[in-house]
Design a protein. Structure first.
Length: 157
């Protein structure tokens, strides 16, 4: 998308945090760096600010995937701060690199398991028909902070 398309887009907003990304802590990065001094740390921007500040790279899941597959040389050790199934997928698809989760006890994201093609199709079909489903309403202050978070994520792109 170009800048004009992003500005003209309609955004469907929801609660502005992810419980999985909020689990990552600075001590996870410190432990990773202690074990892998030359390792590379890549995290999702929904991680806490102090975690993001310590990372070598920060980006969406697509940016994380591209960083691991295209921007790190074979033999790299990469600590990733995102959902465990994505970390495992990157590890499987990049056997010439060591890809590990920054948090060895991180849980899978149960919400992401509900995002699949049939459910997305159902939501979009309802929207086309003028039916808003699964709408979440929040107070204005929460909405404003959600806008700030969303804008910060878009600014990274």
């Amino acid at each position: 998308l170009n800048e004009a398309e992003v500005k003209a887009a309609t955004f469907l907003l929801w609660k502005g945090h992810c419980t999985v990304h909020q689990r990552f802590r600075p001590d996870h990065i410190e432990a990773f760096r202690a074990e892998h001094p030359d390792g590379i740390v890549v995290v999702h921007p929904e991680c806490a600010h102090d975690v993001v500040e310590l990372a070598d790279h920060v980006g969406s899941t697509e940016v994380i995937l591209r960083t691991v597959t295209e921007e790190t040389p074979p033999g790299s050790v990469i600590g990733v701060g995102t959902e465990i199934h994505m970390v495992q997928r990157m590890a499987d698809e990049n056997p010439d690199r060591t890809v590990v989760s920054l948090d060895p006890l991180v849980c899978p994201c149960s919400t992401m398991f509900r995002i699949d093609a049939p459910h997305l199709c159902w939501v979009l079909e309802n929207l086309v028909e003028g039916n808003v489903v699964n709408e979440i309403s929040v107070d204005e202050e929460t909405a404003e902070w959600a806008r700030v978070a969303l804008q910060r994520m878009l600014d990274i792109v």
